[in-house]
Design a protein around this ligand. Structure first.
Ligand SMILES: [Zn+2]
Length: 261
């Protein structure tokens, strides 16, 4: 049997040093986190390639600095380069430095992967335009994200490596109650929470509706204790203050004092 050469048997022309910052370390193998990594290579690949080869999706990266200067994803890697890779900064002003995208993550609309249904509902309850279906295939999510410039939210890192995805985020937490906090923090959404503007079921825009118009759809207790109602014109679902949204609002008031509606 012919022996296949091991990777370590190969010799490479060049080497460069990489350092990944903050949560980008989540994508690296445990032994590679929070330290300088030597990357060996031939030729001069665009810098996006080694970054992705090390496991970091390009959509998670907002700034690449080589030898002290910011570069674009197409920068051809050179022997001896010292590379620093930073995640998307929201809330930290780095405007003097060139970012990789003109308008990073400023359009707040989401498309959510199939196993994150609770997160999708919670985003809508907070008023965010969120597409979700438990029938979406990976390529559909990628296509919707690219076409409608929606931020793709997923627990599947591979999805974020798709070339067409320019805005995406790998949701770290496996707990739905933490996921909504994680996304609100990550995209700095505390100031733009708008409860009672979106239907949790279908993403439709809610309209205020008189109590008398929905009385026949309400449980006796709801009818007794609540007076302010909203209806989704798309699917007919009725929402009222005091529901799940109130609990979310309370939680976010604590997290984001300035954001309390
Ligand atoms: Zn609806």
């Amino acid at each position: 049997m012919k022996r296949r050469p091991l990777d370590s048997d190969r010799t490479f022309e060049h080497a460069a040093e990489f350092r990944f910052y903050e949560e980008l370390n989540d994508f690296l193998k445990p032994g590679q986190r929070q330290r300088t990594l030597v990357y060996r290579f031939d030729g001069h690949p665009g810098i996006k390639d080694p970054i992705e080869a090390m496991g970091v999706p390009h959509v998670e990266v907002d700034l690449v600095v080589v030898n002290g200067e910011s570069v674009g994803f197409g920068y051809p890697l050179q022997d001896g380069d010292r590379v620093a890779v930073y995640p998307v900064f929201e809330g930290i002003d780095i405007s003097p430095i060139v970012k990789l995208r003109d308008k990073p993550l400023r359009q707040i609309a989401f498309v959510v992967d199939v196993n994150l249904g609770r997160l999708a509902r919670n985003l809508r309850l907070l008023g965010f335009d969120t597409l979700f279906s438990n029938a979406y295939r990976d390529d559909e999510i990628v296509a919707i994200s690219a076409k409608e410039k929606r931020i793709a939210l997923t627990r599947d890192r591979r999805l974020l490596h798709a070339k067409a995805v320019t805005h995406g985020y790998w949701v770290r937490s496996v707990w739905p109650s933490r996921q909504i906090e994680e996304v609100v923090r990550r995209f700095d959404l505390g100031g733009v929470i708008r409860p009672f503007s979106r239907c949790a079921d279908c993403n439709g825009l809610l309209e205020p509706v008189g109590k008398d118009q929905v009385a026949d759809q309400l449980e006796p207790k709801t009818k007794k204790y609540y007076d302010t109602f909203y209806r989704c014109p798309a699917c007919g679902k009725v929402f009222w203050e005091g529901s799940h949204v109130e609990k979310l609002r309370e939680r976010f008031k604590g997290m984001f004092p300035a954001a309390a509606p």
